[in-house]
Write a protein that binds this ligand. Structure first.
Ligand code: HCR
Length: 433
């Protein structure tokens, strides 16, 4: 593998990073660290382990004991299925690109209205479609929805990041947004963890997750996931400890968890069940081994059949220039796209119009109960409010997983979240999956 760390372009890039503040997308980087993939493609990591994703909906009273012998109830089995799927998505989202000698690259920054659509085909279990849309440019926000009609499962959510460089040249990233899974057997709120990029000094960035994230089930069960990495003296990279409690109340009361799953989210984890840390705890057994789980590639239409707003069509020339490593061509092709965007914004301003999102709508959850009018095209969904309430998490626009009453929650006022409008997608005859 080429060592770029001593190259003059990298050292001057490091210098520009040390004094950088603001939107990461405006930071110009050397070609070898640029990815030809837009950030709008990232939601595919939620679905690229189709078996695990669809299992969440397929678990029922008849099969749950066979699939999860530890589970005492079907709800516990469903929660374990969500955790297993979540570990696989963590691997996809945060470590798959930097494995086997690879490293994290700077993805393309999606333009307002950018779309990325595709599907996972499965004759037996039915197709899962995925739609993503860049719903805001400043700040950048990407909304997504994955749906499998046959298994009656939907995952929707949105993602926004805020990043800053520390003095030691570590890129710290806070995530905003969440995912909601809905099935006929129950729903789940999934918050997303904070992270940082290590290895910038040696030109080999990779992600390490930090702090906590939550999975709240409509059954009341809650899972708290704690992340840590390799320290100077001890610790292992990508470490996770997931504790499942019967409710937020028992978590707060420091009750013994029902299950403790620990290990590496990018590798092997083990589970201890049955009053997990108590005297009658079971012996640890393998819970999941991410390296053995098959990745199902998303099927995306050829570029020539895509709508002009679809990501791979819109970024085609830039992606080719990145693959060639041609800095001049990268800058020319990128400027062409960015200037066209600037022109659009200018025209909107002149005409006093604004960009209308296609399939997603911003919903204001402040005073939600009052506004819940079913006559409205987009009634406020009770699912989110009920799950966020059970978990004691803030409904405001704060870092994902912030608790109610924490400083950020007290200081922030807005509670706007992006939600999928199935009716708008069904009416759309311009974009096909
Ligand atoms: C931090 C990151 C962009 C954001 C990516 C996010 C947080 C996006 C939402 C996904 O659901 C999860 C996700 C996974 C990625 O791991 C994370 C990216 C990793 C690197 C990238 C940086 C912007 C790259 C910066 C590159 C340097 C050289 C400045």
């Amino acid at each position: 593998m080429t060592d770029y760390s001593q190259s003059s372009t990298w050292t001057s890039f490091l210098k520009s990073m040390s004094s950088f503040s603001g939107d990461l997308s405006s930071l110009s980087a050397p070609p070898f660290i640029l990815s030809p993939m837009s950030l709008s493609e990232f939601p595919q990591y939620w679905g690229c382990h189709q078996g695990l994703f669809l299992n969440i909906a397929r678990i029922n009273k008849e099969n749950y004991h066979k699939l999860y012998p530890h589970a005492k109830t079907v709800d516990e089995a469903r929660m374990l299925a969500v955790i297993k799927w979540f570990f696989a998505t963590l691997h996809g989202q945060y470590s798959s690109r930097s494995e086997k000698g690879g490293f994290e690259k700077k993805p393309l920054n999606p333009f307002l209205g950018e779309l990325f659509v595709g599907k996972w085909e499965n004759e037996k279990l039915g197709d899962t479609t995925m739609l993503t849309e860049q719903v805001s440019h400043h700040p950048p926000i990407n909304a997504y929805c994955l749906n499998n009609e046959k298994q009656d499962i939907t995952l929707q959510g949105y993602s926004q990041i805020k990043s800053s460089f520390s003095k030691t040249l570590r890129l710290n990233v806070k995530q905003f947004g969440h995912s909601i899974i809905e099935t006929s057997g129950g729903s789940f709120l999934v918050t997303v963890p904070a992270l940082h990029l290590e290895g910038l000094l040696v030109a080999s960035p990779h992600v390490e997750l930090e702090d906590k994230s939550y999975i709240q089930s409509s059954s009341g069960l809650i899972c708290v996931l704690e992340y840590s990495g390799k320290g100077y003296f001890s610790g292992q990279k990508n470490t996770v400890k997931a504790k499942v409690y019967s409710s937020m109340k028992s978590l707060k009361e420091n009750a013994t968890p029902l299950y403790v799953i620990s290990g590496q989210w990018s590798g092997v984890t083990t589970i201890v069940a049955g009053n997990a840390t108590g005297t009658n705890a079971s012996k640890p057994t393998i819970f999941s081994d991410v390296s053995k789980i098959k990745v199902d590639p998303l099927v995306v239409k050829p570029v020539e059949d895509q709508h002009p707003l679809e990501s791979r069509k819109a970024w085609y020339d830039v992606a080719k220039a990145i693959e060639l490593g041609d800095m001049k061509l990268i800058s020319q092709t990128k400027s062409k796209l960015e200037n066209a965007q600037r022109q659009l914004r200018k025209e909107e301003k002149e005409n006093k119009t604004h960009w209308k999102t296609r399939w997603f709508e911003k919903v204001d959850y402040n005073g939600a109960a009052k506004k819940n009018d079913p006559e409205d095209g987009n009634p406020i969904d009770g699912t989110y409010l009920s799950l966020v309430g059970m978990a004691g998490l803030s409904i405001k626009n704060v870092a994902s997983g912030t608790k109610t009453g924490e400083k950020e929650d007290r200081l922030n006022k807005t509670a706007d979240h992006w939600r999928f409008r199935k009716d708008l997608w069904e009416k759309d005859d311009e974009v096909i999956v």
